[in-house]
Design a protein around this ligand. Structure first.
Ligand code: FES
Length: 322
């Protein structure tokens, strides 16, 4: 391990780099010194220090049983800050990269009897390692994978393997909303023991979130890496939060999350994904009206709880159980 501003990092060597779809490259990383890598489970990600000095989270795409390498699929983000472009344009085979140890905010629920995976675009990355884990376990699962066209579909060939024919639904809408797949057959009537895992563009995750409100909330899981959650903007407006246990009032400026405002006041609150998907920052809401922007809370929970990493206030003040 090496210690950087990002904490302990693992020195890795790039042993493979392949274009697997339009604008998507698969990087194969091995420990620089040939050591085994920390274990991970399906849905895990690592943080990578990119050549241009940014940190980016990438899901691990390989079978978790493989301890000698990590596979990351990186899509060039044309609207991003250059982290993905720097990976694709500057990292070559033989180069060294630093990554964190794996972390998983999106793991398979051990209680689940069956699994429905829904991926949109590059959102396939955490789901493909889940699929490999489920396949190895002989578990019951189905993957629905939505992309624009075959050329931009990562992992296309392996997902078309004959043994997955009745497990994988691939659908291309060719950029035409009228050709979008109707998810109703899978979402309308949740079976007991079925868990759903969704990762993809915000529109897809919102749609799945809306259409699974009648599912038990603990059975629906989302993953997001920040790019698809709307950033908190100055148009969001300022408000205050009152901390019920101390009576303290904290100002939440425009463009700053409640979580960040509390952090700046040295008030620690547990957090993980910071994109409204993992549930770690769940906080009691005692008064005020929130604008919920997360993918965790069910309608029945929204009056009394809030995810403070993404959600904001409609009323001038929220009172939190902190
Ligand atoms: S930190 Fe994950 S939902 Fe807020």
């Amino acid at each position: 391990m090496e210690t950087t501003a990002e904490g302990s990092m693992i020195p890795m060597r790039v042993v493979g780099k392949t274009c697997i779809a339009r604008d998507v490259f698969l990087f194969e990383l091995a420990h620089r010194d040939g050591a085994h890598l920390p274990a991970f489970s399906g849905g895990a990600h690592v943080t990578v220090l990119t050549p241009n000095g940014l940190t980016r989270r990438y899901s691990l795409c390989n079978d978790p049983a493989h301890m000698d390498r990590y596979l990351l699929a990186v899509k060039r983000e044309h609207q991003g800050q250059g982290g993905s472009a720097s990976m694709i344009d500057q990292v070559q085979c033989g180069d060294e990269l630093l990554t964190s140890a794996p972390r998983n905010d999106f793991s398979l629920d051990p209680q689940a009897a069956s699994h429905l995976l829904i991926a949109g675009g590059i959102g396939i990355t955490p789901l493909v390692s889940m699929l490999r884990e489920l396949q190895a376990r002989g578990a019951d699962f189905k993957l629905i994978y939505l992309t624009r066209d075959p050329e931009c579909t990562a992992f296309l060939e392996e997902l078309q393997a004959p043994e997955l024919a009745d497990r994988v639904v691939l659908h291309h809408d060719h950029g035409d909303l009228s050709r979008a797949l109707d998810l109703s057959p899978w979402l309308a009537n949740p079976r007991e023991g079925l868990h759903l895992y969704c990762c993809g563009p915000r529109g897809l995750m919102q749609s799945v979130h809306e259409r699974t409100r009648h599912w038990p909330s603990a059975t629906v899981h989302f993953e997001d890496f920040g790019g698809t959650v709307p950033p908190q903007t100055t148009q969001d407006g300022p408000f205050t939060v009152k901390l019920a246990r101390s009576g303290r009032i904290v100002a939440v400026p425009a463009g700053i999350s409640i979580l960040e405002a509390l952090r700046r006041e040295n008030i620690p609150v547990p957090s993980s994904c910071e994109s409204g998907t993992c549930g770690t920052c769940r906080t009691g809401l005692l008064a005020g009206v929130a604008e919920h922007r997360d993918y965790v809370l069910g309608e029945d929970e929204q009056a009394s709880e809030i995810m403070i990493c993404v959600s904001r206030a409609v009323s001038p003040q929220l009172e939190l159980d902190l």
